[in-house]
Design a protein around this ligand. Structure first.
Ligand code: NDP
Length: 272
């Protein structure tokens, strides 16, 4: 019988996860079906329960339901607990296991695909919403010299730092204090790019050989990446993170690690 998976979100029509998982399944000749499921703003639990009860094997969860998926899962992995956010659900016979693969996906894209080490570097994480919260633990696991987090509403960044047990290497920096700081890796985890806005990051923050990473992906440079490019920084969007987090979810579900490079190239070709 074909094993069934889905990505649940709102909106979800734009999701490229079905394309990615179909490519992973082809690599191994796995018989899976992967669909998009639109849940109403208050209908996440109803949607996921109906899918599970129909005999499905698991689901990915995207905006805005990751915190709800964390509350829904009966058991969560340590990395999901750290960010209080779940993007991958595994339906077992007696329980639902929640995990979050966003952090490992981001770090694999930066380190393995883009060749930018994170150990010993100065990282600036911009934003303190669900995406930022989900990747903090994985970034700290990479042993940076410092991980600084900044946000338009500084109290939210301060709260994330207060919740983590990593005070020596993890700090909150208010936007007004950024002009005196320089970083090797700057990650835009805000949703500012969705409205073509620029988060408050002065050009002086980008070190000479900095990597600027925008979690959003799409055609052309976001305002954040355009600013970074104007300082001479290397730029990357979040398509690689999307593929890497999906590969980790596929591994959890199927026990096989797909090759991500060809799938990333395929997505880039299909976007042109
Ligand atoms: P949230 O709504 O939870 O958080 C939004 C964050 O962006 C907040 O910190 C908010 O600041 C900040 N923000 C919004 N608008 C602006 C602005 N104009 N200027 C400065 N800061 C702003 O969203 P998520 O954290 O869930 O998602 C953030 C982004 O990450 C999205 O673009 C999403 O698509 C992307 N993403 C990509 C993934 C991938 O695989 N590539 C995976 C997950 C997310 P404040 O607190 O002040 O409101």
């Amino acid at each position: 019988m074909t094993d069934r998976y889905a990505v649940i979100g709102n909106p979800v029509a734009h999701s490229r996860s079905p394309e990615i998982h179909a490519a992973f399944a082809r690599e191994f000749g796995e018989d899976i079906q992967y669909e998009r499921l639109l849940a109403t703003p208050s209908g996440f639990v109803e949607t996921v329960e109906a899918f599970r009860n129909s005999g499905a094997s698991g689901a990915n969860v995207t905006l805005p339901f990751k915190p709800e998926a964390f509350a829904y899962a009966g058991v969560c992995t340590a990395r999901a607990e750290r960010g209080k956010s779940v993007n991958t659900l595994q339906f077992e016979s007696d329980q639902v296991v929640g995990d979050n693969t966003d952090g490992v996906g981001l770090c694999r894209d930066i380190v393995s695909n883009l060749g930018q080490p994170l150990a010993g570097t100065r990282i600036l994480l911009i934003g303190a919403g669900g995406a930022a919260r989900a990747v903090v633990g994985a970034l700290l696991d990479c042993q940076p010299e410092i991980l600084a987090i900044t946000n338009r509403t500084p109290a939210k960044a301060q709260l994330i730092v207060a919740e983590m047990d990593a005070k020596k290497r993890f700090c909150a920096v208010a936007p007004a204090e950024l002009s005196t700081r320089r970083f090797d890796v700057l990650i835009n985890a805000t949703s500012a790019s969705l409205t073509a806005s620029l988060p408050m990051v002065p050009p002086s923050c980008f070190d000479k050989n900095a990597l600027a990473y925008d979690m959003m992906y799409g055609k052309g440079l976001t305002p954040f990446l355009a600013l970074a490019a104007s300082t001479g920084a290397r730029t990357a969007d979040g398509l690689g993170m999307l593929v890497e987090q999906a590969a980790e979810a596929f591994f959890l579900w199927r026990g096989k690690r797909p090759s991500t490079g060809p799938v990333l190239n395929l997505l880039k070709q299909n976007s042109q």
